[in-house]
Write a protein that binds this ligand. Sequence first.
Ligand code: IPR
Ligand code: MG
Length: 135
Amino acid sequence: MDIQRPKVGVAIIIERDNKILLGKRKGSHGSGFWAFPGGHLEFNETIEDCATREVMEETGLIIANIKKDTFTNDIMREENKHYITCFVRADCRSGEPKIMEPEKCEGWGWFKWNELPNPLFAPFQNYLREKSLQK
Ligand code: IPR
Ligand code: MG
């Protein structure tokens, strides 16, 4: 049997007009939970290239000024998933997100940091804890 090892995820925090972009996940772990756009780091891919690709694939938006943020160790026992998630921040000054992968996302929305939707995807909860933004 193969030994299970954590995967690497990249999550992208896009802030515009003091609001962040979140999508409601569907069809995979964290279904029904709100998360940043993001996905799996591919072999030989840079974090920045992954961030640009995932945001384009999932929302159709073009991001710029990608800056590394923190990372989280996301153990999701109930779903038997374990990720190291690398968070980046990026700018996206124009365009509205589209549901590019309807099988993976119910919808996108812009939310103020102090008016976040519920429930939040585990890596996002861990991010808030890491940054001490969560009580
Ligand atoms: P894909 O690659 O389908 O976008 O993966 P995901 O959205 O399930 O993301 C997994 C990594 C997360 C924690 C950013
Ligand atoms: Mg994704």
